[in-house]
Design a protein around this ligand. Structure first.
Ligand SMILES: Cc1cc2nc3c(=O)[nH]c(=O)nc-3n(C[C@H](O)[C@H](O)[C@H](O)COP(=O)(O)O)c2cc1C
Ligand code: SF4
Ligand code: SF4
Length: 266
């Protein structure tokens, strides 16, 4: 079958998953690509969305070896009718454990037909200048691999007449999935002396946890520690200053600095 319409579906607070699904799409076709970005806070309460494209590329980050709970609830609002799907997780150079299996299962549950899968590497959300973890990734080499994966998907799809002809996609992971990490007891903070009240942190927050008045407040119950606010602040006023997360960053820097490479399944 020929692929003439591709839709990118992603939850990507710090935009590394978005870059990877875009890279894969470039390898599949040159034409215009539609985006369904499930990251903005408005996507939290959107109605069911039916997909009619010939191929969907679904991307999400790995949190604690699983999919972020916010990504799961948003992806569950999709309704596909045997739409072939490429499932992709992006992780911060530690491990992706059960996340790709979980995304494949979720795609099946919402009516997709998973035809290919991948685990790519993106800059870790907790990466800092002092403890860089997969800094600057995906880089040129990663994006080249994403495009090559896209080309391979196109070739494979070209050889079959309909998606039902593909055998079921096998990806690594275990049942039962790992337990989800517990919600954090704290959030990033704002150094008010550097804050220019531009609102970029609140705009970037996928869960609407930030309110800007005379002071900036952050709702702890809804914060998922995604670091989108930290990475979008133009003055470095927004910081992840939590001792627990600082310890995690140091541990990641010490133990997971050796470069990992993307893995693909088709
Ligand atoms: C709460 C949280 C948990 C994370 N857990 C993992 C993990 O288990 N393994 C890993 O390698 N990276 C982990 N990461 C890093 C992200 O998977 C990585 O930075 C990813 O590129 C973010 O995707 P995005 O840019 O699309 O938001 C975690 C990040 C956050 C915020
Ligand atoms: S993005 Fe930074 S400078 Fe802008 S309002 Fe938020 S904390 Fe303040
Ligand atoms: S407040 Fe929490 S959920 Fe919102 S962008 Fe910052 S880290 Fe992410």
């Amino acid at each position: 079958m020929n692929i003439s319409s591709v839709k990118l579906v992603y939850f990507s607070p710090t935009k590394t998953s978005k870059q990877i699904v875009e890279g894969i799409a470039k390898g599949i076709q040159d034409g215009p690509i539609e985006h369904l970005d499930l990251t903005p806070r408005q996507a939290k309460s959107q109605a069911f969305i039916e997909l009619h494209e010939e191929l969907a590329i679904i991307g999400a980050p790995v949190y604690g070896g699983r999919l972020p709970i916010e990504a799961v609830s948003r992806l569950k609002r999709l309704k596909a009718n045997n739409t072939p799907a490429v499932v992709v997780v992006v992780y911060g150079n530690r491990e992706y454990e059960d996340a790709l299996l979980e995304l494949r299962d979720l795609a099946l549950e919402t009516g997709f037909k998973p035809v290919a899968g991948g685990a790519f590497i993106g800059e870790h959300s907790f990466s800092t200048e002092e403890t860089p973890i997969a800094n600057g990734r995906p880089d040129t080499e990663d994006l080249k691999k994403a495009m090559e994966f896209g080309k391979k998907i196109q070739e494979t799809m070209g050889k079959i007449s309909r998606p039902m002809d593909t055998s079921s996609l096998q990806v690594p992971g275990n049942y039962p999935y790992r337990e989800r990490s517990q919600r954090s007891e704290a959030t990033p903070i704002t150094k008010e002396e550097y804050c220019i009240k531009c609102g970029k942190c609140a705009d970037a927050c996928p869960t609407a946890a930030i309110t800007i008045n005379s002071l900036i407040t952050t709702e702890q119950d809804t914060c998922i520690l995604c670091c989108a606010c930290v990475k979008s602040c133009p003055t470095n006023a927004r910081v992840m200053d939590l001792p627990r997360i600082k310890n995690v960053s140091e541990w990641l820097y010490t133990n997971f600095s050796k470069r990992k490479e993307p893995e693909t399944y088709i």
